[in-house]
Design a protein around this ligand. Structure first.
Ligand code: CMC
Length: 435
């Protein structure tokens, strides 16, 4: 406690100078900038904090998503993820994330109407999708086309206008499934299916993905519900890599389409949203149950990772993985079992008994079982990260909105510790020698 102010504080003694500093503690956190006062000489820059990959640095104050990684707790705006998955819909959860409260009946109807009536994309965007190679990864197409939407809505640049932001949010939540489905149809050489506004958000997406010759597509209610729950589970996850990309890019105030494109790109990587795709490839590579022990042995020896295991924040079972595992039974009953499930269950069983995984607190994460369900539903592996991106769009938007409203936020600009050459003279090319 700082005796003068009665505020909780940290006393720091700089052993280089013997000087003592009181650093205020607020919400269990100290401000990095307070350390700048610590210096040996007055003309020095001052002390910085070094935290590669931001493993222990809070970059914002947020009221959106709460995670307790040790206890396996995930809440959106205070509501446990289990209750939302059980009782809510994805669109209702999206409203909650963006607006802070669950909607009343009238608010919900208006919200669904707005999202439903922004699902179409300009034909030029469709033409753009057609110009990609037949085997283009749909995640690459999605990142490119969502960035291209920026050129269709130039007013979206006005990011300090809340109404304008809301309009772009409707568009983005509504159009991401259309871009995703059109990308898929392109990759399989099938004509695009235009949105059907009579269907639910998820039902319409399934329609745009899978409708063939039927006049009216009727989604299987079990699969529609399962995908809705999967979207709820993926809707936000506080300051992960893609959300940090959204906030970081958004902090220079471009329109949200290009910021969402950056977040989509961040999500594409196999350590983030690409992990469920990597899980499926890994299970296929293992091939059968008998080969699981050998695979685990190789992982322990440092040859590759057990994809779908481990998490920066969760040091116990990911609560989303628990919900998905329970839901898998209902889906497999409707679709027939996925032969890779047997391998996944065996992998989990063995890994959870192995000291390597136990001591490192590596448990199944959201991606371990989600891919098996997506595959059983008929989604190709390439589409898995795309599904994640559709669901996460609202989380990115909610975090972006919060950042823009936060008076403490500025353009993101981390510091570095420079370890390169000190100032040296330029030498003509014919005089350069390398030691
Ligand atoms: N398989 C084997 N070893 C692992 C794994 C894994 N999946 N994950 C971490 N480790 C080991 C790692 O080698 C290290 O061991 P050591 O201390 O001996 O060097 C230790 O565990 C700590 O790993 P880390 O890389 O420092 O942990 P991190 O917090 O930086 O990484 C992670 C988190 C999710 C990137 C990592 O666990 C991982 O690569 N998992 C596989 C990919 C995956 O499933 N990603 C999806 C994450 S959930 C969806 C999302 O939010 O995007």
């Amino acid at each position: 406690m700082d005796q003068r102010t009665d505020q909780p504080s940290l006393t720091v003694i700089d052993n280089r100078t013997g000087k003592k500093y009181e650093i205020p503690i607020e919400d269990g956190t100290v401000r990095a900038l307070d350390f700048r006062r610590i210096k040996v000489r007055e003309d020095e820059f001052g002390m910085m904090l070094y935290d590669p990959a931001f493993t222990n640095t809070a970059s914002c104050r947020s009221r959106i998503t709460y995670i307790d990684g040790d206890k396996g707790i995930l809440e959106y705006r205070g509501y446990p993820i289990e209750e939302l998955a059980e009782n809510s819909t994805y669109l209702e959860t999206a409203y909650l994330l963006l607006n802070g409260e669950l909607p009343h009946q009238g608010e919900f109807q208006d919200w669904v109407y707005q999202v439903t009536h922004h699902t179409f994309i300009h034909e030029n965007v469709k033409n753009m999708i057609d110009s990609f190679r037949y085997d283009a990864h749909p995640m690459g197409i999605l990142a490119s086309t969502v960035a291209a939407l920026s050129t269709f809505y130039p007013e979206a640049k006005n990011v300090m206008d809340p109404e304008n932001r809301q309009r772009q949010a409707f568009r983005l939540i509504a159009k991401m499934p259309t871009l995703a489905a059109f990308s898929y149809r392109h990759s399989v050489g099938m004509p695009c299916v235009y949105p059907d506004n009579d269907l639910s958000y998820i039902g319409n997406f399934l329609n745009m993905m899978f409708r063939t010759t039927e006049l009216k597509y009727t989604p299987d209610p079990v699969l529609e519900k399962a995908l809705d729950v999967l979207f709820i589970l993926h809707a936000d996850h506080e300051q992960n890599c893609s959300t940090s990309a959204m906030r970081g890019v958004g902090s220079s105030h471009p329109d949200p389409y290009v910021s969402i494109a950056a977040a989509t790109a961040a999500l594409y990587g196999p350590l983030h949203g690409g992990a469920n795709e990597a899980v499926l490839r890994m299970l296929r590579q293992i091939g059968n149950r008998q080969r699981v022990p050998e695979f685990v042995k190789n992982v322990k020896a440092g040859e590759g990772r057990l994809m779908g295991f481990g998490h920066r924040v969760y040091k116990s079972y990911d609560p989303r993985a628990k919900i998905i595992k329970r839901m898998a039974d209902a889906v497999f009953e409707a679709t027939g079992s996925n032969p890779l499930l047997e391998i996944a269950l065996e992998l989990e069983r063995i890994a959870l008994e192995e000291e390597y995984f136990v001591t490192r607190q590596l448990y199944p994460n959201v991606d371990f079982y989600s891919g098996l369900i997506y595959q059983a539903m008929g989604f190709p592996v390439d589409m898995f990260p795309v599904l994640f991106a559709i669901a996460r769009t609202v989380g990115w938007l909610a975090q972006w909105e919060e950042m823009l409203r936060d008076p403490e936020q500025k353009i993101a600009r981390p510091r570095q510790i420079y370890l390169g050459e000190s100032k040296r003279a330029w030498v003509p090319r014919d005089k350069r020698v390398r030691a």
